[in-house]
Design a protein around this ligand. Structure first.
Ligand code: NDP
Ligand SMILES: O=C(O)C1=N[C@H](C(=O)O)C[C@H](O)C1
Length: 245
């Protein structure tokens, strides 16, 4: 039985993770910690799952690493400099491993993978993500990561930036620029988590779309990461490798 602790246990995702862990035959929920609770209860765990807030996740993660706990992190906000900081904590001597994934949905991981594959074949690419209006960060971690992967694939293939003749307009109308890829964030009541990667050129549009209809959709990926994190090597970003992609 893997002993699991959850940080952000009363939040939308944390509560779903607690239910999923309690429903798994090979896991035991030993700590459910939220805002204001002491972290000490987490030392009973082998793996800590964090779904909190971009503003607090670095402190939580450092606390886990310093205690040799494995961590599975779904909280967003991990830009390259944050990932470098985490790598610097995970020395030869530290015993815990970390998985940080902007999206644990299997379909969402495949969407990112296919977008990366398709990106060099089209002149234009833009990303449109739609989320529930309670989301704190924009663009989503998934959109940010997709843009990074798409931009890297295009750079490696020597593809020019997406053409854009815009010289005037209202600020924000063209979305955010993430590594040269335009990302548009929609906040919509009734939505959960949705993303389209739109690619175009030579008289055709190719759209790769993913929809999370509920938060259960993330649980197979979260449980997979909890099962696999002890055998991984220090920091793993995304669960692509765990799926054999
Ligand atoms: N990787 C993935 O697949 C997914 C990632 N996410 C990401 O997960 C994060 C959480 O999302 P969501 O569950 O919707 O957010 P919620 O706001 O519903 O939940 C976050 C919870 O964490 C609590 N919290 C805040 N600070 C701390 C702290 N220092 N220690 C312990 N608990 C704390 C919050 O308490 P309080 O409300 O009092 O502040 C709240 O209960 C976001 O970054 C989101 O983007 C979401 C879905 C899937
Ligand atoms: O806040 C959310 O809800 C989600 N956050 C993650 C993100 O920012 O990409 C994953 C998913 O999109 C749901």
């Amino acid at each position: 039985m893997t002993k699991v602790g959850v940080l952000g246990a009363q939040g939308r995702m944390g509560a779903e993770v607690c239910r999923a862990v309690e429903g798994a035959d090979d896991m035991e929920l030993v700590a459910a910690v939220d805002q204001g609770d002491p972290l000490d209860a987490l030392t009973a765990a082998e793996v800590v799952v964090d779904f909190t807030h971009p503003g607090v996740v670095m402190d939580n993660l450092r606390w886990c690493v310093e205690r040799g706990l494995h961590a599975v992190v779904g909280t967003t906000g991990f830009d390259p400099s944050r990932l470098d900081s985490v790598r610097s904590w995970l020395t030869e001597e530290s015993s815990g491993n970390v998985v940080i994934a902007p999206n644990f949905g299997i379909g969402a991981v495949l969407m990112m993978h296919f977008a990366q594959k398709a990106a060099p074949f089209f002149e234009s690419v833009e990303i449109v993500e739609t989320h529930h209006p309670n989301k704190a960060d924009a663009p989503s971690g998934t959109a940010y990561r997709t843009a990074e992967l798409v931009a890297a694939a295009r750079a490696e293939a020597g593809v020019a930036p997406s053409p854009d003749a815009t010289t005037s307009g209202v600020e924000g109308a063209r979305g955010a620029d993430v590594d040269g890829v335009r990302v548009h964030a929609v906040r919509m009541s009734g939505a959960v988590a949705h993303q389209e990667v739109v690619l175009g050129g030579h008289g055709e549009l190719f759209t790769i779309r993913h929809d999370s209809m509920n938060r259960e959709s993330f649980m197979p990926g979260v449980l997979l990461a909890v099962r696999r994190v002890p055998e991984l090597d220090r920091l793993t970003v995304g669960i692509e490798a765990l799926l054999g992609l």
